[in-house]
Design a binder for this molecule. Sequence first.
Ligand code: GLU
Length: 281
Amino acid sequence: MAGGAVTRFAPSPTGLLHLGHAYAALVAESLAGPGRFLLRIEDIDRDRCRPEYEAAIKEDLAWLGLGWPEPVMRQSDRMEAYRKALRRLAPLTYPCRCRRGDIRAAMSAPQEGAWPAGPDGLIYPGTCRGRSLTDAGPDDVIRLDAARAFDALDLDSIAFQDQAIMPGHDHALTRDQFLEGIGDVILSRRGMGTSYHLAVVVDDAAQGITLVTRGKDLFDSTYIHVLLQKLLQLSTPFYHHHRLIRDDAGKRLAKRDDARAIRHYRDDGATPQDIRSMIGF
Ligand code: GLU
């Protein structure tokens, strides 16, 4: 991108960084070019996030040779911004008290044992859709009424472009495809005051991110983010969904794969260059 881009690496401090995170961070930094590479700590899940992991993340990234401007944005400091966005979206939202078991019970029996799920989990069948925010209980989540959102925008599809996957081509989803394959996404999770989707959209805009780089596993979530950007009148950045680093069995690395933690390789005497070579960077 001429003049460079503003990119970010946005880890959740729920464990040690592994090779997949190293790859994601290096992609974000390299694609910023002469622009800016930012770090954002995504710690809205207070039960799972730990300050010692945040410290370890910064330490491992610095060891890899990455630098970023301080202060670092931390999502737990941003609750007022999420509340404001939720208030703006309020006319298109409703409280939902359904638990996973209720949702399954309301859905038809799955074929071949797999419940229909999209990037936000089970496709919500709409049981609570008629409820009003004024009778929201403390344990309710807040959902977006996706059909009303499309109607409010007068849109019959949404689209974005990806620099890594079929560049120059529009990745589009019609209203019906969105309703069937994604549905009424959660904007505020129980006890959290926001959700991943809402927080990421609000924060990418607040940080002036022009190029969102992240793993291909989040590709389908981007349709949700583009819809939220339109509803909140925020511009849509460019996207680059990169490949995932997999283990020898072809499985995507997860936080629990401690053997692949950067820390583990460091303790065994690996250099930052060794890590880069392992992930083909
Ligand atoms: N916090 C997310 C993760 O740890 C990344 C979110 C994003 O890049 O949009 O996978």
